[in-house]
Design a protein around this ligand. Structure first.
Ligand code: FES
Length: 104
């Protein structure tokens, strides 16, 4: 049976606008991004192309840009803008007064 965990990450103010921050949840690296409007996305921490650390990338509108070769991943669907590159996993995020929670 699949079990989902809702994990507290940090406060909204702890996330830099437009840049990524790395977390490890249950041994899995994830990258978390905050838009200027306060929307938060959580995605796989590792780029499937050649292993770039996506938390070192940046946000372009609602896409995560890998720091290695600038492939873009939709932060909601995980789809890549390059043909032949698989999508990344994305995770639901709750932004509350108590902090930011990700469900994995
Ligand atoms: S490693 Fe991410 S685009 Fe190449």
């Amino acid at each position: 049976m699949l079990t989902l965990n809702r994990i507290a990450l940090c406060q909204l103010a702890d996330l830099p606008v437009g840049l990524g921050r790395a977390f490890e949840v249950d041994g899995k690296p994830i990258a978390v991004f905050r838009t200027r409007a306060g929307k938060v996305f959580a995605v796989d921490g590792i780029c499937p192309h050649k292993g770039g650390m996506l938390a070192d990338g940046m946000l372009s509108e609602e896409s995560v840009v890998c720091p290695y070769h600038a492939f873009k991943y939709d932060a909601i669907t995980g789809e890549c803008d390059q043909q032949g590159t698989c999508a990344i996993e994305t995770f639901p995020v709750d932004v509350t007064d108590a902090g930011i929670f990700v469900t994995i």
